[in-house]
Design a binder for this molecule. Structure first.
Ligand SMILES: [Zn+2]
Ligand SMILES: [Zn+2]
Length: 110
């Protein structure tokens, strides 16, 4: 008996582009690949920014938290981890952790 096949998750997610959009000009939005993930509000409104626009955001705005963009940033279901400064899935099945750097010994640890 096989359970439902794991859906996996797209790793080549292309939604991590800078979300900068100038409010006072018609200039084109920035479409650079983001290097920063920013949580703007405690409600969880998050966005992406490239390096120059992150610097601009730091200078002009107050925001809740930020971290370097990781593979799970912006993915549905991933959660902002304030302690680890990253985005991750709440309960990531070991089968999907093929890219994890730490080797998990056989058996469950939690
Ligand atoms: Zn930008
Ligand atoms: Zn993130």
């Amino acid at each position: 008996m096989q359970p439902f096949p794991p859906l996996g998750r797209p790793v080549a997610h292309r939604g991590q582009t800078c979300g900068y959009s100038p409010e006072d000009t018609e200039a084109t939005d920035c479409t650079t690949d983001a290097t920063w993930h920013i949580m703007w509000t405690p409600d969880g409104d998050a966005g992406f920014a490239c390096e120059p626009h992150m610097a601009q955001a730091r200078a002009r705005f107050v925001f809740v938290d930020s971290h370097h963009v990781g593979p799970d940033c912006g993915m549905p279901g991933s959660r902002w981890d304030h302690d680890r400064k990253t985005c991750r899935y709440p309960d990531e099945p070991p089968a999907l952790s093929a890219t994890a750097t730490q080797a998990t010994p056989a058996g469950r640890r939690r």
